[in-house]
Ligand binder design. Structure first.
Ligand code: FAD
Length: 273
């Protein structure tokens, strides 16, 4: 296995900022990835599984462990490609999720969702590797404990290897038209042209982070190269040359102002590494 040293994580994350990983590797297949994770686990060295890097912010100081790319796993397939290929075969229902830019594994761990649907609604079973027992097993939907942007995978060191979904049967042309419509809505409302990690804050109960941030007058608030998007107040964007510290400073200010004004404590959605 080839390990690259001092790998700039800005190249692997959709925020396009932050420091380097001490080591980085892209195991060629499932067996190589399991062998790699087994070895890292046994040696006690820290490691991080990377999907498509669309919900991760790497601190400027970098990560002292090994980043292991999951791109060559079945669960490393892009959710957008999975949704499109399913639609083409008349396997429908996943269309609202088609614009989420992550992998299947990343989506399952985060229980990613959009437009009233969540990946957890469609998961039939998930095959994982557990480095603690050095075993593989299959979880059924109920075992995954899906909740709002939550799942059992956030509490366990399991590697998601493969995911079986259960879409409904339907008309391919209609499903593809829905995918186009959801993409149009996303492009209209979200700052897709700037690097980000999507909505930066989880939806507080009974409200929307974007509404609170906008009402607090924070649209456009910036520190260095990071800002609250003018187009969608829920997005923090890299307007050019942002550091991870800039992003975190904007996030801290937003949380402080929103809490002072509404008494609501916003919670970050991305994983900060
Ligand atoms: C423009 C934009 C729009 C977005 N829109 C949405 C949206 O509408 N809805 C939404 O929910 N999210 C949205 N997101 C956030 C993000 O795309 C999702 O959270 C996505 O599911 C993350 O997947 P990923 O593969 O990029 O995971 P990563 O960001 O690489 O990783 C996220 C977490 O999952 C873990 N992980 C990844 N793969 C595996 C695996 N195989 N096994 C175990 N753990 C794994 C990582 O260790 C990490 O903890 C958006 C992001 C962007 C940039």
């Amino acid at each position: 296995m080839e390990f690259r040293e001092n790998e700039p994580m800005a190249e692997h994350t959709s925020f396009r900022c932050g420091g380097a990983a001490a080591a980085y590797c892209e195991p060629a297949d499932e067996a190589a990835l399991i062998a790699c994770v087994r070895e890292l686990h046994e040696s006690g060295r820290p490691y991080f599984l990377l999907g498509n890097g669309t919900n991760v912010l790497v601190r400027d100081e970098g990560y002292t462990g090994t980043v292991v790319s999951t791109r060559n796993l079945a669960a490393g397939a892009l959710l957008s490609a999975v949704c499109r290929q399913a639609a083409e075969r008349g396997l429908c229902g996943l269309e609202p999720l088609s614009g989420i830019p992550g992998t299947l594994g990343g989506a399952v761990r985060m229980n990613a969702g959009a437009y009233g649907a969540e990946i957890g609604d469609f998961v039939r079973e998930v095959r994982v590797y557990d480095p603690q027992s050095d075993k593989q097993f299959v979880l059924l939907n109920n075992d995954c404990r899906f909740g709002y942007r939550a799942s059992v995978f956030q509490e366990r060191p399991w590697v998601i290897l493969d995911v079986a979904l259960s879409p409904e049967s339907g008309d391919p042309a209609e499903a593809l038209a829905k995918i186009r419509e959801f993409a149009r809505r996303r492009n209209e409302k979200q700052p897709m042209e700037l690097p980000s990690a999507g909505s930066f804050f989880k939806r507080p109960e009974g409200d929307f982070a974007a509404r609170l941030i906008e009402e607090a007058g924070l649209k456009g608030y910036a520190v260095g190269g990071a800002a609250v998007s003018e187009k969608h107040a829920g997005f923090l964007v890299n307007t050019g040359g942002a550091t991870a510290a800039d992003v975190l400073a904007v996030a801290a200010h937003v949380k402080e102002v929103v809490f002072a004004k509404f008494g609501i404590l916003l919670e970050e959605e991305p994983v900060v590494l």
